[in-house]
Design a protein around this ligand. Structure first.
Ligand code: CO
Length: 143
């Protein structure tokens, strides 16, 4: 079975100050803002920016040991990841692992809106951090 890719879900942008970044995207650049969400287990807060059928995800740390803190310290603000929607995230991870892909997460973790996400290591994808997402209600249901 081949992994079924359903589209690009969003592009993630790392920002140090979420309020400042949302002001920039809304007031200065003129985008409409989507939902705001906190992911306390990962130390993150995110805000979606609507771009027609696509979305940008502004990601910022809620605490110094958040998932994004190291990146911000090392690389500063900017493009962080591309998120690809898949029909079945476990199947996608299993197949990638079997083919020898370099995964950060071998099992899914919680993403925005109750979705499940996992990351592929940028060292294994030519410098791009890839996020896989499976959304409840958009794919087939599994036992
Ligand atoms: Co994301």
């Amino acid at each position: 079975m081949a992994t079924k890719f359903l589209g690009i879900d969003h592009i993630g942008v790392a920002v140090s100050d979420l309020n400042q970044a949302t002001k920039t995207y809304q007031d200065l650049l003129g985008f409409s803002l989507g939902g705001h969400e906190e992911l306390p287990a990962r130390g993150l807060q995110v805000r979606f920016v609507d771009v027609g059928e696509s979305r940008i995800e502004l990601i910022s740390p809620m605490r110094p040991d958040s998932e994004i803190s190291g990146y911000l310290t090392k690389k500063g603000e900017g493009l962080h990841h591309i998120c690809v929607r898949v029909e079945n995230i476990e199947a996608a991870l299993t197949e990638m692992k079997q083919r020898g892909a370099k995964l950060i997460d071998e099992t899914p973790k919680v993403g925005a809106h109750g979705s499940r996400v996992a990351f592929v290591h940028p060292k294994g994808s030519h410098g791009v951090l890839l996020e896989l997402v499976e959304k409840s209600g958009t794919g087939v249901h599994h036992g």
